[in-house]
Design a protein around this ligand. Sequence first.
Ligand code: HEM
Length: 463
Amino acid sequence: NRLSPIPQPPTKPVVGNMLSLDSTAPVQHLVKLAKELGPIFWLDMMGAPLVIVSGHDLVDELSDEKRFDKAVRGSLRRVRAVGGDGLFTADTKEPNWSKAHNILMQPFGNRAMQSYHPSMVDIAEQLVKKWERLNADEEIDVVHDMTALTLDTIGLCGFDYRFNSFYRRDYHPFVESLVRSLETIMMTRGLPLEGLWMQKRRKTLTEDVAFMNKMVDEIIAERRGNTDATSDKKDMLAAMMTGVDRATGEQLDDVNIRYQINTFLIAGHETTSGLLSCTIYALLKNPEILKKCYEEVDRVLGPDVNARPTYQQVTQLTYITQCLKEALRLWPPAPAYGIAPLADETIGGKYKLKKNTFVTILVMALHRDPSVWGPNPDVFDPENFSREAEAKRPINAWKPFGNGQRACIGRGFAMHEAALAIGMILQRFKLIDIHRYQMHLKETLTVKPDGFKIKVRPRDDRD
Ligand code: HEM
């Protein structure tokens, strides 16, 4: 049998391709390599192969969960320092993954979303109130305010805690610790002698993790001690404390509940804030599309800013939802995810992958595969998500939320929150691109616009 070898860029002795990856923007570097080397290539990470796949045909095959499973490796493995065996960082075969998956389906389901809606409106109102009160010369740091929104939303809906980000200049100490921890985790690459120059950072990591755990453990303990509150609260914490896994008849223990809460804060705030920031960017750069969003908001929400949007109205913001999905295509906040074959495999009829080989699905490049998205895949076009276009598109071409049973459990939550926020913003403001910002992505665990500032003015076009 004739198996073609998988392409690889040139290597250096010992380190292989390890040091040739741009460490401040590894994902964007991989996207560039994918353009040069094609839909599949591999890197030698000091002896360990890393296969990068971005072609739709191959991703489609790799989405078969009978043959491939999520791989919690590399930096994601190190995120376990904070996320433990919470859903995002657990191996599929760990007992707590399926247990928590079964229990958490309910608090992330559609019915539960309706009960979170008033809390989502509460936080979104804090955002627009802040913007209404700005002086004419004041600029908005978009990513900062969107992160405040998404963090406060998951805090309130998740465990009835108010981070009150709109009442501080900096972020809440929990978030400072979380961001610093993720930074250290991203900087760690398992290089020789790394332990030496990272000593100080590692110590800080230990302290930060202890601080975060303590805060969350206290929230859980307080709820356990207060039985009335458990019975009437409808947040995710209540669901985790009372939910029973039908398969085992077991409940989650308090340490695992803590890891789930840490996880929601990791997975839930940076991603959604990246989505919102990129969507605002895209709307600013596409006045015709922005105009259609305004028309939809005026039709669905109306001009009365004192009437709070209902759950139902948000579900009717269909064009805005198309814009959000298109932003997730061009700038997927989680730009890659890892899988591995359950046994020795051949993919695309010719590429051999040994059992457990680490394969990265490069979503950012997949989402611009011309075989799916046509000759101009870099153009922002919400018509890519019209009902007809979605029905015609092959499956596994759009993967911003990952794959199969390991896909994002918070996707419905994120999309509802984001549509509500864009709706309430456009109901009130016109957006001004004061610096003619050009997209520059900053990479942390996620990607989001770096240094994106705008101004807003009250809408005057309805008078
Ligand atoms: C998993 C993206 C919002 C919680 C994932 C994965 C992706 C993703 C790509 C799969 C990761 C992998 O395969 O390794 C996103 C994006 C979001 C978003 C783009 C916003 C636009 C949220 C929110 C929450 C959340 C709001 C929670 C409140 C999770 C959890 C998992 C996950 C718990 C792990 C699920 C499992 O493996 O069982 N997300 N996410 N995400 N996400 Fe999200």
